[in-house]
Structures are given as structure tokens and as C-alpha cells.
Design a protein around this ligand. Structure first.
Ligand SMILES: [Zn+2]
Length: 53
């Protein structure tokens, strides 16, 4: 089960929707849902690891 690390809402599938952002922090994947991504876009982008690209 994949849940948003910010608001705790769960993804409908085992894989995060394309609208979600996956950020690798401390070698652990963090998921952010669409609405959280929009609200925290600057902060999340600043922490994006190279592995994501
Ligand atoms: Zn969220």
C-alpha cells in the first residue's frame, strides 16, 4: 500500500499514480499525492534526488 507521506491518503493501486511525486530521501522512497505536490512543489523539488531522474 502506497500512502502520501504528507497527508496520509492512499493510492488506489500498488503503484503510485503518475500525478504523484516519488522522492528518495535517506535511501527511502517518499510519496506525495497530487494535491500535496502542488502545495509543496518548491520544497519537494529542492530535495529531489538524482535517482529520481
Ligand atoms: Zn498528500
Amino acid at each position: 500500500m502506497i500512502v502520501c507521506d504528507l497527508c496520509g491518503s492512499s493510492a488506489p493501486n500498488d503503484e503510485p499514480p503518475l500525478t504523484w511525486v516519488v522522492s528518495f530521501e535517506d535511501s527511502r522512497a517518499k510519496h506525495y499525492c497530487e494535491s500535496c505536490t502542488r502545495e509543496n512543489l518548491r520544497g519537494i523539488e529542492g530535495r529531489l534526488d538524482m535517482a529520481w531522474w
